[in-house]
Design a protein. Structure first.
Length: 603
């Protein structure tokens, strides 16, 4: 069979999923009158809500009689693990680069990964319809990126296609007629190598991803490297520790259009989904049981950040969620690692907490968001970077701001132990590059946007582990901590309005130790948001209905994670996100703070 396997890779928002939409349309996947929503591959709830791709996904189209398997990948750095694991399924990549923005942080990351996997790239300069498109310069920038990454000789002669994914056209030459994707289809067929491997003999395939299907259970996805895999066949599954077990292929699927089609057999070259293995993991090899082999794949980059998940110990625990026990949370967290190679879950000294490590706060935030939607309730601590001995992760931070904010950005980043390594002025804007400890990046985005009136565009890329750079100041304000239990009252909140902005509104439940607002000073204060007016015989004019409060500050998951300090937690339930002190009782909390100060001053 004639097959091509490609992945679409790029920096976030450079138009991967939109391009796949249009490829599907032009390959005649949809009926003429079929209503199809945009970004049809972004099928998860969270993907739709946030407009980003989180999981890599497979689809297959026919170009003439050639089957083209396409893997759409996420562009956000936190989901880089997804890109890494799917690249082993393909023989080539479409590297999309925005015709205005040019190559960005994640372009570099994904291209490096493509080279590590020996993949042939086709460069697609995309979004050519943007009014200030600058294809020639962008191409120059891509060439320097190839050189920077020491592109292997065989890919130095890459081809270039200019495209407008959303409008549905691609051309090889800038002067060519812009009408459809034929030039792109041709480039894929002519330049991406056909997969090798003979269909004769037993199958050999490495599992690149695991999906769940509520009907059939675990679905293992990979490309058949050699031989043929058949329904009903008995095969060996070799795991990374070298052990081998016997399994039977219950069902087999190939990817077609927006779904999977069941088939009897899949030959070398094709990407398939295998059902019937109860315990199968990413990185395992399906092979001949009597003559087992193992396919080594490049290791994925390790996580850089971790948080502690605990059971919810707030007085409101169990009111809004279905699953609150540590056993349930444990089971769910470990299950998440089975399909996400960049996620790691470990037990801690207590049976009520688990250490979850990932690539960044968005990576962890999406996991939290998924769990709360499934009905889980739990507490999460402040994100911490993962040290390696005395070394800490350092990231390269790229910031693009109008020149007037350049010094503001430098002062903000250097306070967080960042070091300016490059600055380049271009038409009223400055592009700055820093090396910053990952610790310094936690919470930086909000501060940066605040300090530059939302003008800063920032991206990060993991650089290397390096020597510890010294302490970084945390949040520079204290918080208002409730000392009362009950519903917040307008009167009580109004009395506190000069202390700082609130995180709750009248009627919201509060408890002792819950954080109900920010304090305008650096220390915490204990407040009573439930305080009601003393009843008097004389009715006063200002009753509760007349009180006008400013709307409370509402946190999203990642924002809450980045806001809290070490002695605080985010309480997550399906309905609410609350911030709280770890130690709820006022007296115990004060004592703990005193003890900590003593230890601090002793050394
Ligand atoms: N002008 C223009 N905008 C485009 C084009 N293609 C995509 N966009 C817009 O760019 C934004 C991002 O598009 P997506 O297709 O979601 O980008 P993506 O690369 O899949 O993003 P991630 O998966 O989150 O990395 C959307 O607002 C699109 O409408 C294009 O050809 N021209
Ligand atoms: Mg996408």
């Amino acid at each position: 069979m004639n097959v091509r396997n490609i992945a679409i890779i790029a920096h976030v928002d450079h138009g991967k999923t939109t391009l796949v939409d249009q490829l599907l349309r032009q390959a005649g996947v949809f009926r003429a009158n079929q209503e199809v929503q945009d970004l049809v591959m972004d099928s998860g709830d969270l993907e739709r809500e946030r407009g980003i791709t989180i999981l890599a996904k497979n689809t297959g189209i026919y170009v003439g009689d050639t089957k083209v398997n396409i893997v759409d990948t996420p562009g956000h750095a936190d989901f880089g693990g997804e890109v890494e694991r799917v690249l082993q399924m393909v023989d080539g990549v479409l590297l999309l680069v925005d015709a205005v923005d040019g190559p960005m942080a994640q372009t570099r990351f994904v291209l490096r990964k493509a080279f590590e996997n020996h993949l042939k790239p086709i460069v697609v300069i995309n979004k050519m319809d943007r009014p200030n498109a600058r294809p020639a310069q962008v191409l120059d920038e891509v060439v320097s990126l190839f050189c920077d990454l020491e592109a292997p000789d065989h890919v130095l002669e890459f081809s270039v296609v200019y495209a407008a994914g959303r409008a549905g056209w691609a051309v090889r030459g800038l002067g060519d007629e812009r009408k459809d994707f034929q030039p792109l289809f041709k480039a894929i067929l002519n330049e991406i190598p056909a997969p090798t491997g003979s269909p004769a003999g037993p199958p050999l395939l490495s599992i690149a991803s695991i999906d769940y299907d509520s009907y059939v259970g675990r679905v293992a996805v990979g490309r058949v490297r050699e031989g043929t895999i058949r329904r009903g066949q008995t095969v060996g599954v070799r795991s990374r520790d070298g052990s081998l077990r016997k399994e039977t292929v219950e069902k087999l699927f190939v990817f077609e259009k927006l779904g999977k089609t069941e088939v009897e057999a899949v030959e070398a070259g094709e990407i398939c989904a295998v059902v019937g293995f109860e315990k199968v993991e990413i990185g395992e090899t399906i092979c001949d049981f009597d003559n087992p082999r193992f396919i080594e794949v490049p290791p994925v980059e390790p996580p850089t950040i971790s948080v502690i998940f605990t059971i919810n110990t707030s007085p409101l625990s169990g009111r809004e969620g279905t699953y609150v026990q540590s056993r349930k949370i444990r089971e769910r967290l470990f299950r998440a690692t089975e399909s996400d190679v960049a996620l790691k879950v470990e037990e801690t000294e207590t049976s009520d907490s688990f250490k979850v490590s990932g690539r960044g706060t968005l990576h962890i935030g999406i996991l939290i968001e998924k769990l709360r939607r499934e009905g889980y309730e739990f507490g999460v601590g402040k994100p911490e970077v993962i040290m390696r001995g005395s070394e800490e992760p350092i990231e390269r931070l790229f910031v693009d701001v109008p020149t007037e904010y350049a010094s503001t950005v430098i002062s903000l980043v250097t306070k967080r132990r960042g070091e300016l390594v490059r600055a380049e002025a271009k038409g009223g804007h400055v592009k700055q590059e820093f090396l910053v400890p990952s610790r310094g990046l936690i919470g930086l985005r909000t501060k940066m946007l605040g300090a530059t009136r939302g003008e800063a565009v920032m991206q990060t890329l993991f650089e290397a582990y390096g020597p510890f750079k010294g302490p970084i100041p945390g949040r520079n304000t204290g918080v208002q901590v409730s000392m009362a239990e009950g519903a917040a009252v307008a009167y009580g909140l109004f009395g506190l309005k000069d202390r700082g902005p609130h995180f709750v509104k009248p009627g919201d439940p509060c408890y002792e130790g819950m954080i109900v607002g920010e304090h305008c000073r650096t220390d915490d204060i204990d407040v009573n948001p439930c305080r009601t007016k003393k009843l008097t015989n004389v009715r006063s004019a200002g009753n509760d209905e007349n009180i006008i409060l400013s709307p409370p500050r509402i946190f999203g998951v990642e924002e809450a994670l980045e806001y809290i300090e070490e002695d605080e937690l985010v309480e997550v339930t399906p309905k609410s996100l609350r911030l709280r002190k770890r130690i709820l009782g006022e007296t115990a909390r004060r004592k703990a703070a005193r003890d900590a100060a003593k230890v601090g001053s002793a050394d």
